[in-house]
Design a protein around this ligand. Structure first.
Ligand SMILES: C[S@@+](CC[C@H](N)C(=O)[O-])C[C@H]1O[C@@H](n2cnc3c(N)ncnc32)[C@H](O)[C@@H]1O
Length: 412
């Protein structure tokens, strides 16, 4: 497919790069390549058109320009995108470059098939075997099977982020395609669940923002129970003091703050809450499913602490409760840190009267909100992350007449 004509010398500065190649390849020559051209000259002639467009040899040309070489050897070829790809056949290419080449080749082959059809030949571009042949060729250009070529083209359209990971070697083409399909499936699964979401008379108030700001809108002594699951990492520890302060103001006297906690910073969390509230009890959520090995301590964690604090005066709880809750296991459909709804339902029944109002300052995927709706408690929830808040809105605020206004729901 290469040129057969003689090698001629052309003026380096009169050549122009091809837009097609600029769109596919990285045309910048590496330092050592420029040095080698400086030492040995351009040994392999460029491919150029009669009107000085470069079809092959952009990096040799860019190096010659850098080195101010007056002329450069070249051979004349027809102006053809296919030929540009051919001239780059031996180049080490990223997957993104290979995909761009493949797309171009696919376009060219499909166009050729149409032209043959128009010329009266019996070729149908919509015909499966014709398509198959095109994809075989595309696969060849990419150096993969036809199926992988198909997968990569789909990936390029939908997930450029995963393609970048293939280029830098963090994912294989197969691994990236599998990741894309798994994520699509779990999004579909989540959407199906959203459709059959809750049917409840209670409409939750769900606000986007920092609980320390939004909490200021909650009247004093208006909340029966704060039920929540804050982030547990060390960097989040300052939040616990603010949570305690908010609880001390908005809880009704005798109302509870019931919160999940991690183990590592338990003491700090409890001390922060104890600055503002009375300690009531330490409950535990028994982990379900796979054991959680805590490598740093060489142990297997079987439970998560549930801290119960309250706003004085705290007396005997209005109903007798078990301090060990059997969990169903985390539920990650709506949030990476999603918790089991049923355990929250039990805590609501234990610590909130039927007409009580619940506050959830760290809503995440909305397990507490769902538990409130299932147990028919009014709830106000805050979430700082836009993505998580959007999911909450879709889960809980779609009514037959549209999306309800969360601003109406703050307790009076
Ligand atoms: C552990 S997750 C809650 C998971 C939730 N229990 C569930 O089952 O889906 C904690 C959530 O608190 C949110 N968050 C962190 N800081 C916050 C803040 N200052 N105000 C409001 N939300 C915050 C995080 O974005 C995260 O979604």
């Amino acid at each position: 497919m290469g040129p057969k004509g003689p090698v001629i010398l052309v003026k380096t500065s009169e050549l122009k790069p091809s837009e097609f190649c600029k769109g596919i390849y990285d045309l910048t020559p590496k330092e050592d390549f420029v040095e080698s051209i400086g030492a040995n000259g351009v040994l392999v002639p460029l491919w150029v058109t009669v009107d000085n467009k470069i079809i092959g040899g952009h990096r040799r040309w860019a190096a010659a320009m850098k080195l101010n070489l007056d002329t450069i050897p070249a051979q004349i070829v027809p102006d053809s995108d296919e030929l540009s790809i051919e001239s780059n056949r031996t180049r080490h290419k990223t997957w993104s470059e290979r995909i761009k080449e493949a797309k171009k080749i696919k376009e060219i082959l499909t166009q050729k098939a149409k032209e043959r059809q128009l010329a009266g030949k019996k070729v149908d571009p919509g015909n499966d075997s014709d398509k198959g042949r095109t994809m075989d060729h595309v696969g060849k250009i990419m150096g993969t099977s036809r199926m992988t070529a198909d997968h990569l083209l789909e990936l390029e359209g939908k997930r450029p982020d995963l393609l970048e990971k293939i280029d830098v070697g963090r994912l294989s083409p197969f691994g990236a395609y599998k990741t894309m399909k798994m994520e699509e499936n779990s999004a579909r699964h989540r959407d199906e669940k959203l459709v059959v979401s809750l049917k409840s008379d209670v409409t939750p108030a769900i606000r986007l923002g920092d609980f320390r700001i939004l909490g200021q809108g909650i009247p004093d002594n208006s909340v029966s129970l704060i039920l929540t699951d804050p982030p547990y990492l060390e960097e989040h520890l300052p939040l616990w003091d603010d949570l305690g302060a908010l609880a001390a103001r908005v809880l009704k006297p005798g109302g509870y703050l019931v919160t999940y906690s991690g183990h590592f910073h338990l003491l700090t969390c409890m001390n922060a809450l104890a600055k503002h509230l009375d300690y009531y009890w330490l409950m535990s959520l028994k982990h379900a499913g796979q054991s959680k090995v805590v490598f740093q301590r060489n142990l297997i964690a079987d439970f998560k602490p549930i801290l119960v604090f309250g706003k004085p005066p705290l007396g005997r709880n209005y109903r007798c409760f078990h301090d060990l809750i059997e969990g169903n296991g985390p539920e990650k459909t709506f949030h990476q840190w999603g918790q089991d709804v049923r355990a929250f339902e039990e805590l609501i029944e234990d610590f909130c009267p039927l007409d009580g109002h619940i506050l959830e300052p760290f809503a995440g995927g909305g397990s507490v909100i769902e538990a409130c709706l299932n147990t028919k408690r009014n709830v106000t929830a805050f979430e700082i992350e836009t993505g998580a808040h959007k999911i909450l809105e879709r889960r809980f605020l779609q009514t037959p007449t549209g999306v309800s206004n969360p601003n109406d729901q703050i307790p009076a």
